[in-house]
Write a protein that binds this ligand. Structure first.
Ligand code: AMP
Length: 114
């Protein structure tokens, strides 16, 4: 999709600190990390949010989730625990409208979030 920041990152047109890439999914470090590990996992295909992705492509939804778990293992936070977040829509504060899963960890995380 033109004018989509994360489509441009997936295409390699905008640089990012990529930690995982395959045919379907790209994962890169968040520019403004909220935890020692903060990685964003996106499908290469453009869907506006998690609901749209899940409704359109169950297989790709599963690939994104599996990649998030794989990134957590790769980053060494699997055993200690981590949080997956998919902000969806305005009330959740979604600021980039290309579905992404935040992988957060590396410290004790508070709950509930604000
Ligand atoms: P959300 O608020 O859930 O839509 O999350 C969007 C995330 O994208 C925020 O945590 C931003 O820090 C992050 N972000 C924005 N631009 C970039 C970029 N160019 N590279 C990496 N992360 C970014």
């Amino acid at each position: 999709m033109s004018d989509c920041l994360f489509c441009a990152i997936a295409a390699g047109d905008i640089p990012a600190d990529v930690v995982h890439a395959d045919d379907d999914v790209v994962a890169f470090r968040d520019l403004n990390p909220q935890a020692p590990v903060h990685v964003l996992v996106i499908p290469r295909a453009h869907y506006a949010n998690a609901g749209e992705l899940a409704a359109a492509d169950e297989h790709l939804t599963a690939r994104v989730l599996a990649a998030a778990a794989s990134v957590a293992r790769q980053e060494g936070i699997s055993d200690a625990g981590y949080r997956l977040v998919a902000n969806t829509g305005d009330d959740a504060g979604q600021s980039v409208h290309h579905v992404h899963v935040h992988v957060l960890g590396g410290r004790s995380l508070t709950w509930p979030p604000g």
